[in-house]
Write a protein of this length. Sequence first.
Length: 431
Amino acid sequence: MKVAILGFDVEGRASYEYFKARGDELTICDQNPTLAVPDNTPAVLGEHYLEDLDRFDLLVRTPGLHPRKILEKNPNIADKITSGTNEFFRACPIRNVIGVTGTKGKGTTATLIAKILEAAGKMVHLGGNIGTPALSLLPHIKPDDWVVLELSNFQMIDLKSSPHIAVCLMVVPEHLDWHTNVEEYVAAKQQLFRWQTPQDIAVYYGQNDYSTQVVSISEAHKIPYYQAPGALVDHGEISIDGRAICRTDELKLLGQHNWQNVCAAVTAVWQVTQDISALRSVLASFSGLEHRLEFVREVDGVQYYDDSFGTTPETAMVAIQAFPEPKVLIMGGSDKGANYEELAKTVAGGNVRQAILIGQQAERIGESLAQAGFTATTPGSASMAEIVQTARAVAQPGDVVLLSTACASFDMFKNYKDRGEQFKQAVNDLQ
């Protein structure tokens, strides 16, 4: 087949290797005019990379490329558009696949599921949005293995298959700079459940309207979590089917929002194994992923936490609520179309000593804070080292300095990882 790889980033490279091994005739199409491509591979680079695509048999889009953008220049080729995620489901030799989606918590929940299954003696492959592209897992999958995929709306918007077990965490409006509206965002999440059968399982957060709406499309057996019959918190214990797994104060994950992620993971795993010792051992030892409420260091009695992965007001709110101590917040960044009204109320009532406001959204967040009656704000600089020094000057022994910006990072940093790494470096450089 003549295959166009649309976007040559991490997933695009995985798609390239997969279709190359299959023997297809490949062309790389990417908007970067200076992109380095493999030797002897035709490429269309620069602003015209999406033109004249009807000459190909198959178009493999990278997740960040909206199908709509392809169709704007090629209106009659919808049936040719696919993705690495679609090809994974088409070629995957097993049904033992668990897919996890939601607005936040996907990586933590998917990792918990994988670790618990491993502790129960299963061979598990973890991939998707969390790091390893799904296509790269295929050569390693054996008949009795399990695959756990973290899947984003970008990967699912044109998904044409569903996993045996699909999990939907809390959903709040996000990525409205990419989607036409919140309805399209929810519809993208629904694709993970659309193709399920009555023999499949849909796990969802029943106390969230969007999550309930997402799974409503599924024909699978539906199990809500954080309430019966799924895993729930009862008198300080995580339990399911009347059986106690562990106490919440034994969890290494910080914050009550992580109780939801734990209950989602327990509910999903319970459909595969009821190995309580495996569940307990992982829940009592797993402390979270990088840049998710990650403890960095204590300096002069002040604890510094990196929550750079949290890029919405909702994630900043749960981060603030995770710490009863007085807090110095670092907030702001680039716009994702969010509203800061509820965040401002949380800050005003959240034992916050000072909010250091950075980036393009600093003024908007400051206005929302003022309307909520919170005026202890300080402008940040363009340098993370200087921002951290400002936080240090304000913080007192016993405080928490929390980088939880409620915003994307692209105005000042490459991405949330770059922002988090610069924060950690600046904290570790403190004398």
